[in-house]
Structures are given as structure tokens and as C-alpha cells.
Design a protein around this ligand. Structure first.
Ligand code: ADP
Ligand code: ZN
Ligand code: ZN
Length: 661
């Protein structure tokens, strides 16, 4: 008998030894007894001959429906476990598709191996001769092939980034390697998949995201691992896909916050992809119109190679003209200035489409009693509930709590309850009243709740069956609409003065993305932004089309204030049934922190949304000038916290490179 070392998904930072009659390869999935359960584990290594008298239990079964996970995958998950301070078993097993991490109940026949399938007959359809900037970007990436290198492909919407990805992927496939393409939300952008399928006829393309069925996910995983899938397109979870021969990683919209997982293993798929590319000697291409400040700084310091696509790729396609409407000078009626109204009028008259962007769903963000000032708030969160008039409901946008709109004020009995502010539902009402002849489409997570609605709406817009599209950031992503020539942006100012230091960066990215929807074809586009602060540097940089100037100014600001990317940071976050318990836990954890000259630890404070879903949330920020010292520090500190008993009704975790405060 021999011993093998196995990790399972338990909240313990250790592995376990089991007995096996035969040696088992590293990376093999096995069924093992754990306590009174049987669970799936992954073999980390061999332990050697077992002692004659041993209390170790035996492996129950070796799972051979997929081959052993490759060494490169093992290194990736080991790194993620160290970097994000989570147990290796949790990281490895949560990376597996659901079907492979649970006990096999029925015989996993769908997975039974057809053996190594022959490389399919595929072609790449080369649509356009590349522009000079595209060609030199592709050249640079091709030179990085076979060794590591991170490239920041910076170009506005329509500058031809996707075209560069497609060519780089084609070059990868020609060498017989596989390509991984990560995108923020693939179900919102089905046309990317369509692009790949039409441009690579015959190629084996797999799509990975959490909306796919368990069987599909397991099959895609397996196809990547045995090397039959040539292109994997996926959301952040696809960064953990195993590959037989990975040759290229592309991350589209690399600045998008949805690459960061916000629970469990709080990883950044972008950052892990960069690490993975480096470790596997594979080039990584980060694409964006508005790179994250992290990537911008890395490109400026020379750690990444910056590749710029300066204009729109398609001949004759012009940039939209941007203008600000000063709402301090013009009155706003029902959300719209006269200038924006007449621009919509003119667009309708030309038979073209308008997009009105308002990043707030519902009818109004608050309801208030006109007599006593009562405002309904969420019983579970520290926030007001929004008015959804169509359904006559109040709804919390953080936890989903719902209640009927009360007929009168519960405090004073007054029946005059008034909605304040404006969401997309109210905007739709006023647009319908103002432009009765126009066909409207509202796009937000309320109207698009049903699967397939967004695709259908995009089809209707394409077919010219819609005149005015209004909605939230959902609209920022998606099809090019060739007849869309006017974009109106309402109420963007609120993000200018948010407490979150990343708010301006996000606002810039969002506005640039929405603005990029205008005039993608030969028709010239126009973007009108209503603002009370027309002189704000963010709007000035946006108007000048100068993202780099904005990024430099923001970086300087971050440096002065001591924020990332100028420092590395992490938070210890606690959630408890009372605010005092959360703070008390953090104060005690602070006492147990190691001493390190490079690490600064702040006081425990409540999070900006303190109460969420009944839990009071607080956190403690740590910063260091060096990432490595922060890593060392967090490992010691976590061990110290784990050594003590966590009080009942308190839960905690460490979030490395947090984006939520
Ligand atoms: P991005 O990904 O930067 O938004 P795309 O690659 O989607 O840009 O290109 C935008 C549009 O320009 C697409 O319709 C594409 O077909 C077209 N295009 C891209 N590259 C070229 C080129 N070299 N010549 C002509 N048209 C191009
Ligand atoms: Zn009242
Ligand atoms: Zn709530």
C-alpha cells in the first residue's frame, strides 16, 4: 500500500493522506471518505510506502472520465491559493465545472472519451487588409509568441481591436496551439461568439460561462484539456480552464470590474491570466478603449508593451462629435434639456436611432411622504428602496427585498407619497409622452429579465423597428447599431463625487463605451452629455478624446492619496449580526497582526453600504509598497486569525486587490 496526498474543498489550509494500492498521477480526481461523507478530491502527490500499522483510510475510486489535471493548471491554482489567501482545495475544486466536482451519480457517459480527436479542417477568413497600426500591433504580438509578454492594446470602440484578436488567434491555431479569449459578460455580447464562428469556419470553438448547462460546461472543459477545442471563449471562470497546449490569452475590455470575483475565491481573472501567461510563456493581450489605471501604469513603466490603435478602422467611419449641455444654464424638464429634445426630434425626423443612457433602473430611487418626510428603506440593508411603479412595488437594488407601495404614509397617514428622482421606468414614461410617435425600447435588468429578451431586442433595433433605445449600462455593451446616430447621457454627474476613488475611472470608461455606440457606420454620430459640471476635468478629457491625459491625472491623484496602483492593498472584511460585533472582531484581529515596516494597517471602519441582506459589514485596510511584503504579511496574519476561534455569527474573509469598499 502507498499513501497519496489529496486536497478536498474544506475551509482548512491543508491536505490529507489516503491509502491506495496503485500509484495515482498528480492532478487526478479521486473519491475519498471525509468524515462521514464521500467527496471529490484532487491528488497533489505521492506519499510513499504506508506504514504497516496505519489508521489512514483508502481512496474509494479514481475518477478517470477526464485525464489528470496538467501541471500548468496545478501551478496556476496553487498561485491563486497563495495570492488570494484561500485554501488550495477550495480554489481547485471551485475552479472545476460543477459536474466534475460533485460525486458522480449517473454514469458520466456524456464525458466518455472519444479519444484524441483529429484536428478539424478549419480556415480563417481574412476579411480586411489590416491597417498599419493593426499590422504593427499584430507583429509585436507575434514576436511575443513562445515567450511571455503582456501587451496593452489600446484603442477606442471601432478601432479594430477585435480584428487584431482574430488575427492573433489565427496565428496561434496555425501553430497548432489553443487560444483563450476572456470577455466580461458573454451572454450580453453573443455577437463576439458569432464573429469567431463566422471567421473560423470548421474550427472547434467552446464557450464557457456560468449560464451553460452542467453537461455543456463539463464537455467544454474536457475539450480544452485534451486539446480538441482550439478556441475557448469565456467569462472570468474560463481563466481556470485546463489546456493541452495554450498559445495565447486575450482579455477583451480588460478594465471591466466583472473580471473580479466578488465572493468565495475573490480572484481577478485578468491578473491571474497575466500570471498564467507569464508562467506558461504565452503572450497575453489586454484590450481596452479605457485601460485600467493598473494596466496603464504598467504600460508606462515598460512592464507591458503598449500598442495603440489611434482611429476607427473602417474607412469613412468617423468619430462621433461630443458636446456637453450645461444644466446650470438650461432648464431640465422631465429629465431632458431643450437641446437634447430637439436633437432627438431631428434624429427621429431623419429616420435614425437615438440612445438615451440613464444608469438607474426603476421609476424613482426614493419615495417620500410630502407631509412628514418619511422615506421607506430596506429592512435588510442600509439603503432606500426604489420605486417600481409598473408593478406597484418598492424594491431594494442590493438584496432584492420587495414590498407593496403603501397607500398612505405609515408614520402620519398622509396619502400623498411622491417619488423623487428618475429611473429608466420614469424616463420611458416621459419619452413616450414627449415623442408619442416614436417606438421605444427600454433596456435594463428589469425589462431584460427573461432569457433571450436582450437578443430579441437587439434584433429589433437592428431591423430598424425601434427609434429610441433607453436604458442602463446594459446598453454600453452589445451590437453595433448602424443607424444609431445620437447618444444622450443623463445624470452622469453623481459618479464624479462618489467616495469610491475608482468611480471616476469607471465613469470615464462607461461614458466612452456608451459614446462609442454612436455613428459606427458611415453616418456621423453625435453624443450629448447633460451636466451641471461642464468644466470638470473628466468631461474635458472625454471631449478631447484624450484618455491618457485623464489616466495620468488620476494616477497622480492616486499617488498623492496613496491608493493603488501606487500601493498594493487588501482588506480583512467581517460580517456580523451587529455593527459592534463586526468592529470588535476586526479590532481583535488587528491585535494579532504581525509587525512589518512596509505594511500600514488602518482602523476598522464600516463599509460604505454598511448593512447588506441583514449583515453588518466592516473592514480593515492594509497597504504595502511591495506586493511581496503584503503577501508575506497576509499569510502570517491569516494563520494568526485562524488560530483563534471566530465568534458565533461572525464571518470573515480577506479580499486581495479589493474593488468594493
Ligand atoms: P473594436 O474591437 O476595437 O471595437 P472591431 O475590430 O470590431 O473594433 O472593428 C470595428 C469595425 O471596423 C468592424 O466592423 C470591423 O469589421 C471593421 N474593421 C476592422 N479592421 C478593419 C480593417 N483593417 N479594414 C476595414 N475595416 C475594418
Ligand atoms: Zn408621513
Ligand atoms: Zn436590501
Amino acid at each position: 500500500m502507498q499513501t497519496v496526498n489529496v486536497v478536498v474543498d474544506v475551509p482548512l489550509a491543508r491536505s490529507f493522506d489516503y491509502l491506495s494500492s496503485d500509484p495515482i498521477a498528480i492532478g487526478t480526481r479521486v473519491l475519498v471518505p471525509f468524515g462521514r461523507r464521500t467527496v471529490v478530491g484532487i491528488v497533489l502527490g505521492a506519499g510513499g510506502e504506508a506504514a504497516a500499522e496505519t489508521s489512514l483510510r483508502s481512496i474509494e475510486r479514481v475518477l478517470d472520465d477526464t485525464p489528470a489535471l496538467p501541471a500548468e493548471w496545478m501551478r496556476l491554482t496553487e498561485f491563486a491559493s497563495r495570492y488570494y489567501q484561500r485554501p488550495l482545495g477550495e480554489v481547485m475544486l471551485s475552479a472545476l465545472p460543477p459536474r466534475l466536482k460533485r460525486m458522480p451519480t449517473l454514469r458520466a457517459s456524456a464525458l466518455r472519451s472519444p479519444g484524441q480527436s483529429p484536428t478539424p479542417e478549419w480556415r480563417f477568413i481574412d476579411e480586411h487588409p489590416l491597417t498599419a497600426p493593426q499590422a504593427s500591433a499584430l507583429d509585436a504580438i507575434a514576436q511575443g509568441v513562445g515567450r511571455s509578454g503582456t501587451f496593452l492594446l489600446h484603442g477606442i470602440t471601432g478601432s479594430g481591436k477585435t480584428e487584431v484578436y482574430l488575427h492573433a488567434v489565427a496565428a496561434t491555431l496555425r501553430r497548432g496551439s489553443q487560444a483563450l479569449v476572456l470577455v466580461p459578460e458573454i451572454h450580453l455580447t453573443p455577437q463576439l461568439e458569432a464573429h469567431f464562428r463566422t471567421r473560423f469556419p470548421g474550427a472547434h470553438i467552446e464557450v464557457m460561462h456560468s449560464n451553460r448547462s452542467a453537461v455543456e460546461r463539463a464537455l467544454a472543459w474536457r475539450a480544452a484539456q485534451i486539446g480538441s477545442a482550439q478556441i475557448i471563449l469565456g467569462t472570468r471562470l474560463a481563466v481556470f480552464a485546463p489546456f493541452a497546449d495554450l498559445g495565447l490569452i486575450v482579455i477583451d475590455e480588460e478594465h471591466d470590474p466583472s473580471f473580479k470575483q466578488q465572493d468565495g475565491v475573490r480572484y481577478s481573472a485578468r491578473d491571474l491570466a497575466i500570471w498564467r501567461g507569464h508562467a506558461a510563456h504565452v503572450p497575453v493581450v489586454l484590450g481596452s478603449a479605457t485601460p485600467s489605471l493598473e494596466s496603464h501604469a504598467n504600460a508606462s513603466s515598460g512592464r507591458y508593451q503598449r500598442l495603440t490603435l489611434p482611429g476607427r478602422a473602417r474607412p469613412g467611419s468617423r468619430l462621433p462629435s461630443l458636446a456637453l449641455i450645461d444644466t446650470g444654464r438650461e432648464t431640465v424638464q422631465e429629465g431632458l434639456t431643450a437641446t437634447l429634445e430637439s436633437a432627438i426630434e431631428a434624429t427621429l425626423a431623419r429616420g435614425e436611432q437615438t440612445l438615451v443612457f440613464l444608469n438607474r433602473r426603476g421609476y424613482a430611487p426614493v419615495l417620500a411622504c410630502n407631509a412628514c418626510g418619511w422615506i421607506p428603506s430596506c429592512p435588510r440593508c442600509s439603503t432606500h428602496v426604489a420605486v417600481h411603479l409598473g408593478e406597484r412595488r418598492l424594491r431594494c437594488h442590493h438584496c432584492g427585498f420587495e414590498a407593496r407601495i403603501p397607500p398612505r404614509c405609515p408614520d402620519c397617514g398622509n396619502a400623498d407619497l411622491q417619488p423623487f428622482g428618475r429611473g429608466t421606468e420614469r424616463l420611458e414614461e416621459s419619452l413616450a409622452a414627449r415623442f408619442p410617435q416614436a417606438r421605444l425600447a427600454r433596456v435594463d435588468s428589469d425589462t431584460m429579465r427573461l432569457k433571450g429578451t436582450w437578443e430579441a431586442t437587439q434584433g429589433a433595433i437592428h431591423a430598424g423597428e425601434v427609434d429610441i433605445i433607453l436604458g442602463t449600462q446594459m446598453l454600453a455593451k452589445g451590437h453595433d447599431f448602424p443607424r444609431l446616430t445620437l447618444v444622450g447621457i443623463l445624470n452622469a454627474d453623481s459618479a464624479l463625487f462618489a467616495a469610491d476613488y475608482r468611480a471616476p475611472e469607471r465613469l470615464f470608461a462607461q461614458l466612452q463605451q456608451v459614446a462609442g455606440r454612436a455613428g459606427r457606420d458611415a453616418l456621423p454620430g453625435q453624443v450629448l452629455i447633460q451636466t451641471r459640471f461642464p468644466d470638470h476635468p473628466l468631461y474635458r478629457a472625454l471631449l478631447a478624446g484624450n484618455y491618457n491625459r485623464f489616466a495620468e491625472a488620476e494616477l497622480l491623484e492616486r499617488e498623492r492619496a496613496g491608493f493603488p496602483p501606487c500601493v498594493a492593498e487588501a482588506v480583512l472584511r467581517a460580517e456580523a449580526r451587529s455593527p459592534e460585533a463586526a468592529i470588535a472582531f476586526l479590532s481583535e484581529a488587528r491585535e494579532r497582526a504581525p509587525a512589518d515596516a512596509d505594511v500600514v494597517m488602518y482602523d476598522p471602519v464600516p463599509m460604505s453600504l454598511e448593512r447588506l441582506n441583514g449583515w453588518y459589514r466592516a473592514h480593515l485596510l492594509v497597504q504595502a509598497t511591495q506586493r511581496a511584503s503584503l503577501q508575506r504579511y497576509l499569510t502570517l496574519w491569516r494563520t494568526a486569525i485562524e488560530a483563534e476561534r471566530t465568534p458565533r455569527h461572525v464571518r470573515w474573509h480577506i479580499d486581495v486587490d479589493p474593488i468594493e469598499f
